[in-house]
Design a protein around this ligand. Structure first.
Ligand SMILES: NC(=O)c1ccc[n+]([C@@H]2O[C@H](COP(=O)([O-])OP(=O)(O)OC[C@H]3O[C@@H](n4cnc5c(N)ncnc54)[C@H](O)[C@@H]3O)[C@@H](O)[C@H]2O)c1
Length: 250
C-alpha cells in the first residue's frame, strides 16, 4: 500500500511560505512529493528554504496585497493544484487602542491578501480540481482579549472559506484551519514587541491558555494542511477545523 496523503506531481503555492507555519507547510508538502512555490515578501528567506527542498521548489517574491504582483504570478504559472493561504500578520489592541491605519493594514494582509490570491489562482484551480487551505485562527471563532482587529480578519477568513465552498461545491475543495497559539516567529515577534521584559512569564501564560499546556508546533499545523489537500480528504469541504490543544473546547 502506498503511503497516505501523497502530493506527487502536484504544484503547491504557499503564501508566507518562508517562515513559521508556512515554512513547515512548504517542507511537509515537498516531502510528500509536491513542487512547492514559496510566495513571500521575504524573498531571501524563501530562496534559502527553496534551496533545501526537493522537486524543484522555488521562491517567488509576492506581496499578497499587491494586485498587479499577484496577477502576474498566476499568469506566469502553467498549473496549480493546491493553494495554501497562510500569509498573515497580528496586532494587539482592544477597539480603543486600535488605530485606523493598523486596522486597515491587518485587513489588507489578512483579508484582501487571500481574496486577491484566491481570485487570480481560481482559473488554475478550476482546471486542476484544486484544493485551497486557508489559515484562519481560533481568533476567528472566539473573542481573544485585545485582538480586536486580528479577530475581525480571521472571522473574515472563515467566512470566505465557507462562501467559496458554496459557490464551487464540486469544482474545488476549500477548508480552513484554525490554530491556537503556535510556536513560530510570529509569537516570538509578539513577545519581543509587547512583552520584552517579561517574555518568560507571558510565554508561560500562552502555554496555559491552551488546556494541553503548551503551544502548537508549526509541523502539527502543516500536517493538517497536508491532509486537507490530500485525496484522502475528498469528502472534507467548507470545513473549519480547530487545532488548538483544547482551547476552544473549554
Ligand atoms: N503563530 C500562531 O500562533 C498562529 C495562530 C493562529 C493562526 N496563525 C496564522 O498562521 C499564519 C502564519 O503565521 P506564522 O505564525 O507562521 O507567522 P510568521 O510571522 O512566522 O510567518 C508569516 C510569513 O508571512 C509573510 N508575509 C507577511 N506579510 C506578507 C505579505 N503581505 N505578502 C506575502 N507574505 C507575507 C512573512 O514574510 C512570513 O514569512 C498567519 O496567517 C497567522 O495569522 C498563527
Amino acid at each position: 500500500m502506498s503511503s497516505p496523503f501523497q502530493q506527487n506531481g502536484r504544484v503547491v503555492l504557499v503564501t508566507g511560505g518562508a517562515s513559521g507555519i508556512g515554512e513547515s507547510t512548504s517542507r511537509v508538502f515537498a516531502a510528500a512529493g509536491a513542487t512547492v512555490l514559496i510566495a513571500d515578501i521575504d524573498l531571501a528567506r524563501g530562496e534559502a528554504l527553496a534551496a533545501q527542498l526537493p522537486n524543484g521548489a522555488r521562491a517567488i517574491r509576492c506581496d499578497v496585497t499587491n494586485e498587479e504582483e499577484v496577477k502576474a504570478i498566476f499568469a506566469s504559472l502553467d498549473s496549480l493544484d493546491v493553494l495554501v493561504n497562510n500569509a498573515g500578520i497580528g496586532l494587539v489592541g482592544n477597539v480603543e487602542e486600535t488605530e485606523m491605519a493598523d486596522f486597515e493594514r491587518l485587513m489588507r494582509v489578512n483579508v484582501t491578501g487571500p481574496y486577491l490570491i484566491t481570485k487570480y489562482a481560481m482559473p488554475l484551480l478550476l482546471k486542476s480540481a484544486g484544493r485551497v487551505v486557508n489559515i484562519g485562527s481560533v481568533a476567528g471563532l472566539i473573542g481573544v482579549k485585545r485582538r480586536y482587529a486580528y479577530c475581525a480578519t480571521k472571522g473574515a477568513v472563515i467566512a470566505m472559506t465557507r462562501q467559496l465552498a458554496v459557490d464551487y461545491p464540486t469544482q474545488i475543495r476549500v477548508n480552513c484551519i484554525c490554530p491556537g497559539t503556535v510556536d513560530s516567529p510570529f509569537v516570538e515577534g509578539y513577545l519581543e514587541k509587547y512583552h520584552k521584559h517579561e517574555k518568560e512569564k507571558v510565554r508561560a501564560e500562552l502555554n496555559t491558555r491552551q488546556p494541553i499546556g503548551r503551544l502548537g508546533k508549526p509541523d502539527e499545523i502543516a500536517h493538517l494542511a497536508l491532509y486537507l489537500a490530500s485525496d484522502e480528504a475528498g469528502f472534507v469541504n467548507g470545513s473549519v477545523i480547530t487545532i488548538d490543544g483544547g482551547w476552544t473546547a473549554a
